[in-house]
Write a protein that binds this ligand. Structure first.
Ligand code: F6P
Length: 363
């Protein structure tokens, strides 16, 4: 395939189980069937701006299907169009996209497959508009990317969070406590809802449904008096009370999304102790949800995404992203994927099911 002589792979944004499975399923057929030279861009778009890339060998991409993280490294700070540059007066955010374009050309790339979430897809779209041959692969544990039914990484994160809820049940029921578990999910509550349903959490708090404190207190008190004498509350990091805001841990203007969340779990635990007198403990799962081996589901989905992304590149369907629609992998325009975040719809069937089994959302 003359057109795919040199193909690059980049992983952008937060790491996520399944990234290496994608890299492998692009690189193996690219090398073996297309005879391409495969180049790994190091540390996401930072590496593209700074020209940090290297040729990958078959050995690099063998035996990595089960490996968490990314062999290429990643970064959520290197948006080439808003590139953070240290100056004597602090950090300036500058447009360094011309550096990235120059490196793309210097390395004589025929195509670049970028694996990432919403931030990465916005960048893919901009480079496509500049005439570069980009293909997108949707990744995020938050599962909040539009135009695909699911992103890889989500299943692995929900598996970790579900196991955590299962384990927390032991102490909750033995000590008759309220156990709060904070999971990831910035603007979308898919992880909290999925793990809450799978783990049988009693209360699930998600960004899409601002919650009322009194409803939460009422529910845990009722359970403590007339129910199982314990409660499990699964709260997404982006959940917020109806009269209040998300709990922001810090702002970092180097990041593609400057807001770093965290702390809502502590707040929920503290308020429940104060207002109900029930003994409460808080667990924050944090990056445990992003670490370790991908589940078989994610390995398979990631492999399908990778191999199909290479096909899209071969067909010159640039500016497209691979996507799971039903049971098929299809191509969707990246512009469609970045129109809006895929949050939990208020009329979602999953919410209906969770409510049907008695889950409280603090409404
Ligand atoms: O978007 C994925 C995600 O894991 C979010 O759920 C979370 O808020 C964020 O990344 C954490 O990012 P970092 O690892 O940079 O703190």
């Amino acid at each position: 395939m003359k057109k795919l002589k040199r193909i690059a792979i980049l992983t952008g944004g937060g790491d996520c189980p399944g990234l290496n499975a994608v890299i492998r399923s692009i690189a193996k057929p690219a090398m073996a069937s297309f005879g391409s030279t495969v180049i790994g861009v190091l540390d996401g778009f930072e590496g593209l701006v700074e020209g940090r890339m290297r040729e990958l060998t078959p050995r690099d991409v063998g035996g990595i299907v089960n490996l968490g993280g990314t062999i290429l490294g990643t970064s959520n700070k290197g948006d080439p169009f808003h590139f953070p540059v240290e100056t004597p007066h602090g950090i300036d955010v500058l447009d360094y996209s011309d550096h990235a374009v120059r490196n793309y050309k210097d390395w004589e790339l025929d195509a670049l497959i970028a694996i990432g979430g919403d931030g990465t897809m916005h960048i893919v779209d901009k480079f496509t508009d500049l005439g570069l041959n980009f293909i997108g692969v949707p990744k995020t544990i938050d599962n909040d990317l539009s135009a695909t039914d699911v992103t890889f990484g989500y299943d692995s994160a929900v598996t970790v969070a579900t196991e955590a809820i299962d384990r927390l049940h032991t102490t909750a029921s033995s000590h008759h406590r309220v156990m709060v578990v904070e999971v990831m999910g910035r603007y979308a509550g898919w992880i909290a809802l999925g793990a809450g349903l799978a783990g049988g959490a009693d209360v699930v708090l998600i960004p899409e449904i601002p919650f009322r404190w009194d409803k939460v207190y009422e529910h845990v008190l009722k359970r403590s008096k007339h129910g199982s004498r314990f409660s499990i509350i699964c709260v997404a990091e982006g959940a917020k009370p109806s009269e209040g805001d998300m709990v922001v841990r810090e702002q970092d203007k180097k990041r593609t999304d400057p807001i770093r969340l965290g702390g809502i779990g502590e707040l929920v635990g503290k308020k429940i102790m104060e207002e109900t007198g029930l003994e409460t403990r808080v667990t924050v799962l944090g990056h445990l949800q992003r670490g370790g081996s991908p589940t078989p589901f994610d390995r398979i989905l990631a492999s399908r995404f990778g191999a199909m992304a290479l096909e899209l590149a071969a067909q010159e369907k640039f500016g497209h992203m691979v996507s799971l629609r039903g049971t098929e992998i299809v191509a969707v325009p990246v512009k469609e994927a970045i129109l809006k975040l895929r949050t939990v719809p208020v009329d979602s069937q999953l919410l209906f099911v969770a409510r049907a089994v008695g889950t409280e959302f603090g409404e």
